[in-house]
Design a protein around this ligand. Sequence first.
Ligand code: C2O
Length: 531
Amino acid sequence: SLVRHYNFRVVLKNTTKLCSSKAILTVNGKFPGPTLYAREDDTVIVRVTNHVNYNVTIHWHGVKQLGTCWADGPAYITQCPIQPGQNFIYKFTITGQRGTLLWHAHDSWLRATLHGAIVILPKIGTPYPFPTPQKERIIILAEWWKSDVEAVVDESIQSGLPPNISDAHTINGHPGPSPGCSSQGFTLHVESGKTYLLRIINAALNDDLFFKIAGHNLTVVEVDASYTKPFQTDTIFVSPGQTTTAILTADKDIGKYLISVSPFMDAPIGFDNFTSIATLRYKYTPRNPTTFLTSIPPQNATPLTKTFIDSLRSLNSKQYPANVPLTIDHSLFMTVGVGINPCDTCVNGSKLVASVNNVSFVMPTIALLQAYYYNIMGVYTLDFPANPPNPFNYTGTPPDNIQTTNGTRLYRLGYNSTVEIVLQDIAIIVPESHPTHLHGFNFFVVGTGLGNFDPNKDPKSFNLVDPVERNTVPVPTGGWTAIRFRADNPGIWFLHCHLEVHTTWGLKMAFLVDNGPNESLPPPPSDLPTC
Ligand code: C2O
């Protein structure tokens, strides 16, 4: 195994898209940012230097960070932010993972432009568990705002109203052809007869996305750096924070085939309903060829998302077994959703809030992990409820008894204990899906369904054999998703909705995994930022 060094300089870069220019935050002047390559078992050392006027941290989304909780990156959870002019060295080892992940800024909405791919190749001499494709391509989906994204968030927090939406989705930084502007959109060049491994990443702030290529099926082989049983599909469904790796066979001779990136939103308002177009183009295609169009999934294509999600299974081979916990030490039931709280200073006298088990999480002003390690009292409490204090019964109509309290409440898990969480979406105001991300672990998605979770009936149909293993999972509108994992990583680990707007409103909580004060927790690195 190797030690791989990277230098991430966070710098402003003037960028023009959709006929308008602005300075954006980038790593090394690139949007999307540089790809971080490693092999399983490699150690990665990234020096992040902050040359902008914002506090910054970088999160290695989906990297398990076994024994390196200080390097995880969420601001005020595991570290204080890197202040302007400062730097911090992230150091971690890639353990038991192979495939595609992403890195992104983890303070406010800075990940809008600060993100990039992580590619974990198998160990030397270990082949992929599928025929090795001839070429690999990274496809990063994100958003483009003409306005200043941080101003959008600040304004929404002040007003209590939903934030503005982006102006386009981007494919590897390209918004798609826009009439009048010189942008041509992204082109994926392929050669007839070759196979391509597409590493598809949803780095968008606020949209679940569909990805389709006209005339071509894709074979999914891995999600969130965990191998799956291969299956064919014409549409990839990918939530923010998720990755999907699929094989594309370039089985046509020549021609131009459109690629569409369109949002899935079962919420009628407040999300970006733009479709962005890219092009797959065969080598030797003449000028002005026939262009093959793709049918774009309807925005509310819930059945399509269900078919895709139901097709995902762990590879569960001898070499890559699915070690699903069969007995459970901690059983949690979490309601997740958006509600309304009174607000004196807001436009309508109320503001949108989001909560887990009726707790809207309040960000501390010093990092939780530092507070824990140095025994600083009053930063958090260890009383996050294992069940919602206000019992919830999903009927599809808004109930009137949704109370939210504020707090920085953690749930404590014994090191190496096994955990089951049933995430129940409460969809109080509008239909809302919640791609829920857990830091520090992969989990198995043992079940999902619509309506209320039934503790007497639903566990009987849990898949404990080959459930998909991942780090981010959608909780369907008015439905539930059950996950299991082993808490084999000491530290403080964030759990939150990866739709940034919901995180901002408070849909987040954290776990403390330990066996008593500081036991098995490594000491902080000497350059760890202070608040
Ligand atoms: Cu990709 Cu806590 O985030």
